[in-house]
Design a protein. Structure first.
Length: 704
């Protein structure tokens, strides 16, 4: 529908800000090709104005507060007039991670305190809260989903300080505005640190041991920077192969130290003070709201329920996995000392004692090769990105009956991005799916899923379908070869695709409860569940063909993949547990945090660490998840969800991994329900009971 003329102030005589008018694109997708840098700030400020207008309209409503005129009043916003701030914020902050530049970074710094103040103004408005409280105490008979929304809405106000006195509210404003700005600064510093480093090699002999794919990618990176030779970066597709294959121990050390000292250098990107301030700001926020620690505040709304529940899981995992991890390390140390003469220089460099951290990947690879005759580069020719895309989509078709069709009329924000229409089993339109595959200058490292539009059902009964995006940093194509992935990258794709399915299958009435808007220790279940398929022969047979010969991935290689699945599994588990312990150590602080960050870090996770620790590296200053990514006091959720995913996949293993009835039950009970019910209730409805750690222990070979 057309928006009222007052809603669309003109930008010049001919052009209107695209955020102010209907997009008029396929499925109302974001018109990335029409958005200019100057559009963002104007839309932010107009969106704030409209929110304030909506607030006044709501609090001055002379009618008695009801669920319909207070909690879901915005549902009457059929022309999107009051949705402007959400729309521009979604686009801007998604691109700030995926395709940023100096102008966007500067605008983010400018807008962050303004937006935080506005959010506080809404959440701390006494008249609005009194209307919400009145509805919470006295309301008509509600459906379970309506009751869930009302409870979440009321608790959202309370947890945002609505019950504080004016002095407390003002203090909370100050704290949240500072924390928001510092979180943004943390991310920007980390991106700069990541992109500022390069290892520039001009001597071809220093490429010894590296696979041709890594050499070709490094040559392309150098050419893009107008340099001779080869350039290696801290992006995963460059860093990981270098640390795994390079025989140049000193260069491995340089790469390792560059990666593991991000944020602690004596420069403008140093994150040490920022981390300390964020820890204290969050502690003070929690205590202002009546909690002992920030972890207590966070966990009161999670599956784990409390700090005790988190430590129970982490301690169980340490106890179960540490004996196996010690054996793994002993085997690796012994192996490094008994290599053949061809590796004498590495052996001599490593010494007869424990390996240095930059040796672990190198010798682990050689040990895995010896034990299983399997190597990531052996598999890479069979994992051509285009074929992997078809395989992952085909898996979703086989399980759930959905299909994907690329639509080049849907605007994208970068040529690397592909946009697809997704159709359900009956042929009806289900969602838009964006996939952004490769690293580039303005893109954060890692991989994640996000949305440009959530799912909900409006008052007319129309099911508004989601626009879901996955952003990754997978190996890029070169002039001579297509993008060829490692098995680990295939698993990353499956992981993020699992999040995407959670978003695409959503079938909820309210957007704030839909899709992945679930508790943090439940949100990783759909993603980690999908990783289980990566080593299934029937799945690999659908897409794993040699990019040159067309030959399928040999049965013998598949057997070796399966046999090697649990290689160093205990070590990998403890690494994740160590991150969870570190996270909890910071956010269970009851008093002001004044400790020296690096020694504190080493002490916090030592129970899950194998061998001596280096005192000149730091994880905390680059730990985006817990400093700027929403996982503060929540990193344990990866292991929590891994218990769930192993337990859930055991059902598929029993009933058939491609059993469509089982898949439909998983979709109906978990993937489509969002946060409409308690997470454990949803899981038990699928599983028939609560999960145990047993399936995970069996999958990892810890328990028979």
């Amino acid at each position: 529908m057309e928006i009222e003329e007052k809603a669309a102030p003109a930008v010049g005589k001919e052009r209107k800000n695209p955020f102010f008018e209907p997009y008029k694109t396929p499925h109302d997708t974001v018109p990335f090709d029409r958005i200019r840098m100057e559009d963002y700030e104007e839309a932010f400020m107009e969106g704030i104005r409209r929110d304030e207008e909506y607030l006044e309209k709501t609090i001055n409503n002379p009618e008695k507060p009801t669920f319909d005129n207070t909690i879901i009043n915005k549902d009457d916003d059929t022309d999107g007039y009051y949705d402007l701030l959400d729309r521009v914020s979604t686009v801007f902050f998604n691109l700030l991670s995926a395709e940023t530049n100096d102008e966007m970074d500067a605008l983010a710094q400018k807008m962050s305190p303004i937006l935080t103040k506005h959010a506080n103004d809404m959440r701390l408005n006494e008249k609005l809260f009194q209307r919400v409280r009145a509805v919470h105490l006295h309301h008509r008979r509600l459906t379970p989903e309506e009751q869930r929304l009302l409870d979440d809405c009321y608790q959202g106000f309370v947890r945002s300080g609505a019950l504080l006195d004016e002095k407390g509210k003002e203090r909370l404003r100050q704290l949240t505005e500072k924390a928001s700005l510092l979180g943004l600064q943390f991310s920007q510093n980390l991106l700069k640190e990541n992109k500022d480093f390069m290892l520039h090699i001009t001597d071809e002999q220093q490429l010894e041991g590296l696979p041709q794919t890594a050499i070709d990618a490094a040559a392309q990176e150098a050419a893009e920077r107008e340099l001779q030779g080869w350039v290696f970066t801290l992006d995963a597709p460059s860093y990981s192969p270098f640390m795994t294959y390079s025989t140049q121990r000193e260069l491995r050390r340089q790469m390792y130290m560059a990666y593991n000292t991000k944020g602690i250098h004596d420069n403008d990107n140093n994150n040490i003070a920022i981390c300390q301030r964020l820890i204290n700001l969050r502690r003070e926020i929690a205590q202002l709201l009546g909690y002992k620690t920030f972890a207590d505040y966070v966990l009161s709304r999670r599956m784990a329920k409390n700090v005790r529940g988190v430590y129970r899981l982490l301690n169980q995992l340490v106890d179960a996995y540490m004996p196996a991890a010690r054996k793994e390390r002993e085997e690796l140390n012994k192996f490094s000392r008994t290599l053949s003469d061809t590796h004498k220089k590495e052996k001599a460099a490593a010494g007869d004692e424990l390996l240095e951290p930059w040796d672990i990947g190198f010798y682990s690879h050689k040990l895995k090769l010896k034990k299983y005759n399997i190597d990531a580069e052996m598999l890479r020719p069979y994992f051509q990105l285009e074929k992997v895309i078809g395989g992952v989509f085909g898996l979703a078709t086989r399980l759930y009956g959905i299909t994907f069709k690329e639509n080049k009329d849907i605007p994208v924000y970068h040529p690397d991005v592909k946009a697809y229409e997704v159709f359900d089993r009956d042929g009806s339109y289900l969602a838009v799916f964006y996939a952004d595959f490769h690293p580039r200058k303005g893109k954060q490292g890692g991989a994640w899923m996000t949305e440009y539009q959530g799912q909900w059902i409006d008052r007319k009964g129309e099911n508004i379908r989601p626009h879901v995006s996955v952003v990754m940093n997978l190996t890029k194509p070169t002039p001579d070869k297509p993008a060829l992935l490692t098995l680990g990258e295939v698993e990353t794709f499956l992981h993020e695709f699992g999040h995407a399915l959670h978003g695409m299958f959503s079938n909820c009435r309210f957007e704030s409860l839909s899709g992945t808007n679930v508790v943090w220790d439940f949100v990783e279940l759909p993603s980690q569940f999908m990783e289980n398929f990566a080593i299934e022969k029937e799945f690999l047979r659908t897409f794993a063909f040699h990019y040159e010969t067309g030959e399928p991935l040999p049965d013998d290689l598949i057997r070796r993949i399966v046999r090697s699945r649990n290689f160093m599994a205990a070590t990998a588990c403890l690494r994740q547990v160590s991150f969870g312990l570190l996270d909890m150590a910071y956010y269970t602080q009851k008093d002001e945090f004044t400790a020296d960050l690096i020694p504190f870090e080493k002490k916090a996770w030592e129970r899950a660490i194998l061998g001596p620790q280096r005192q000149d590296t730091c994880m905390t200053t680059q730990f985006s998840h817990i400093m700027a990514g929403g996982y503060a006091a929540g990193y344990y959720s990866y292991k929590w969800a891994e218990v769930l995913d192993a337990d859930a996949f055991s059902v598929f293993q029993r009933e058939g991994i491609f059993n469509q009835q089982t898949a439909q039950r998983f979709r109906d009970c978990v993937l489509s329900r969002g946060n409409t019910e308690d997470a454990m209730t949803l899981y038990k409805r699928f599983r028939g009971g609560e999960p145990t750690i047993d399936a995970l222990l069996k999958r990892n070979g810890i328990k028979r």
